[in-house]
Design a protein around this ligand. Sequence first.
Ligand SMILES: [Zn+2]
Length: 383
Amino acid sequence: MIRYCRQCVMPDTKPDLSIDAEGTCSACRYYERRQDIDAPARKAELLQIVDRFRSKDARGYDCVIPVSGGKDSTYQTLRMLELGLNPLCVTATTDKLSALGRRNLDNLKDLGVDCIEVTPNPALRRRINRLALTTVGDISWPEHAAIFTIPVRVAVQMNVPLIVWGENSQHEYGGPAGAAVDSVLTQRWLQEFGGLLGMRVSDLVGQDGIEVRHLIQYTYPSDDELRRVGVTGIFLGYYLPWDGYGNALYAQAHGFETYNKPVEGSLVNYENLDNLQTGIHDYFKFLKYGFGRATDLACLHVRRGRLAREDAVRVVRLHDGKFPWVYLGCRVEDILRDIDMTLEQFIAVCDRFTNKKLFVCDARGALVKDRDGNLAKINYDNP
Ligand SMILES: [Zn+2]
């Protein structure tokens, strides 16, 4: 039986999340503590940091901003421009970019910034997608490796010490205490919390024809290189009030486009709009841990008083963890063809990564699915 937080709807199966004696999860506790933050002091701290790192002679950039074109990176870019900085935006091209994602990235550039877009070999990327899906159950492994590595590489190459990341995902999504204290993104943070599931870049070498020379863009700079430039990565979400919905509203006022309906498997239309493989990524989270993107979003809105908990339980049940037949209008078969996998093979991989303790099985222990291939959880709330 899954145990759920009694304030939000987060399950205790989420890695690194804990539920305390009163039944409240660590992410809700973090959010409570956040209300006591001295916001003006945090803002002042940010201004100090920015001044320390600002380019002295205007020949270099003031900071690097890792951007996807999404609501958060649009918001980060706007905030840095408002502080009078001259940022260099860096995009690690996503796995399978949607047309909407491309428009939003172009919109971000039009805010008035220089942007470098780094595209690791797409043909090889698809091989890594397939390998990661079949070995660690995460098609988006190369995505996570690239988005946390490429901006750091560019910072080193361009001699820009300050990197301005968005939010620390270990905060509001819940994570070990040590991860939530840090306002700084380091290589250690990436390895522990960047979603790499214990698979290292070096583990790919020798598999499916992958060689060391193919992995340059996935390779983190050395400590010596980082020290030489003095690379420091900060989370903007630590210094400024951070709410995905608010960020989306602000980004929309500056040309950011949303999807024409809530994204499949989600509750909202304003995030995860760029990578067509995200539906598969989110589905595997559901198979392993019994919750998907709808749960994440419901929790954010419950904590901010925008959704009642009882309604959250209902809408999560409606939308979470449905078989990802379509994502942003793209059929799963079309996504799988890219990575050279049939639908039957995909379903077999899904079953292999499904935690059977969380889902209804028949008398012989086989997973019970409806005619659309959807699983049923054993429990959707606390009894
Ligand atoms: Zn909670």
